[in-house]
Design a protein around this ligand. Structure first.
Ligand code: CDT
Length: 311
């Protein structure tokens, strides 16, 4: 089958470390700089990381009220983030960004939004696969308190029309779960955008550091290939006040191939001209869902959460 090429200038804007002492205004200045660079390199859409406005604060134990006051956004855009939205509208570039959301009712989520080329919010996603723990582990070298600070996302995995591109979102740990991409692909997503903060060390077992990058790449490449999608994955990385996180931000084609990858652990933009029709051959043949999927044999996937006895 021959497909007509439809291209999207797709960028990832990786963030180097954000330290506890860094202000929102300083961080937003870095984001604006990268938005401009991406635009100058042909980007029409820019993917920023998870919790892109602050340090990865779930590594610290604190009272919820203290976390809410310091690290959460009560509106998006808000006073500190408005310049990013203004610049997006001025340049005509859309973007995805992750942040900690505090609702009017006092609920808290690990959230991302897609913003259109006119600077308006097109869609919101609240993280579903929250990793880590809710209890204080004083003996661990750092905490991973996403289960304390955030509620499980309540809006599912949805696909939005992002200025003509069918786009889905997820956040960090979601990228390791095949259900994430499949639910989006079943809504005909063409691109999945995601941000991540992946600590280089695992507090639960002595995982060799290189496996953190290996499993990240394996997950996004498999998700892209098995679902005929482009995946744009943006890290926050490097050493935040002594806590190191992996880089290796990537843009992956529906072939599963990495077409761009960051080299540094600093602020860095990568950009490709993504042919959105590239997945059509896969959608038509090997992964023609309508022809080949057998959901009557997949019941356990939604009936069971944990592994149990054989049927
Ligand atoms: N932010 C985030 O989701 N990080 C997780 C760490 C997993 S180990 C607790 C990740 O999947 O990269």
């Amino acid at each position: 089958m021959t497909s007509t090429s439809r291209t999207l200038g797709l960028a990832v804007a990786q963030l180097g470390p954000i330290h506890l002492s860094d202000t929102r205004e300083k961080v937003v200045g870095r984001l604006v700089e990268m938005l401009r660079e991406a635009h100058s390199r042909g980007a029409q859409f820019v993917t920023f990381p998870e919790l892109a406005l602050t340090t990865f604060f779930p590594r610290y134990w604190m009272e919820d009220a203290q976390a809410h006051a310091r690290f959460f956004e009560k509106s998006m855009p808000g006073p500190a983030t408005q310049p990013l939205f203004d610049e997006a509208r001025r340049l005509g570039v859309g973007f995805y960004i992750g942040y900690a959301e505090l609702t009017l009712e006092g609920r808290s989520f690990n959230t991302a939004v897609i913003v259109g080329r006119d600077g308006s919010v097109i869609g919101k996603y609240r993280k579903i696969h929250l990793p880590g723990h809710a209890d204080h582990r004083p003996d661990a070298p750092f905490q991973h308190l996403e289960k304390k600070y955030f509620e499980i996302g309540d809006q599912g995995f949805r696909v939005f029309d992002a200025d003509g591109t069918r786009m889905g979102m997820c956040l960090c740990n979601d990228r390791r779960w095949p259900e994430t991409y499949r639910v989006l692909a079943l809504q005909s997503a063409e691109v999945v955008v995601l941000g991540y903060n992946t600590p280089s060390f695992n507090i639960n077992w002595n995982e060799p550091a290189h496996l953190r990058t290996h499993s990240h790449l394996l997950s996004v490449q498999a998700g892209a290939y098995q679902n005929c999608l482009w995946v744009a994955a943006a890290a926050k990385c490097g050493s935040e006040d002594g806590h190191h996180m992996i880089g290796s931000s990537v843009i992956v084609a529906p072939t599963g191939e990495i077409v761009a990858r960051t080299l540094s652990e600093e602020d860095e933009v990568i950009c490709v001209r993504a042919d959105l029709a590239l997945g059509d051959n896969f959608r038509e043949h090997i992964f023609n869902f309508a022809k080949h999927r057998r959901p009557e044999h997949y019941g356990l996937i939604v009936e069971r959460t944990g592994a149990g006895e054989p049927l």
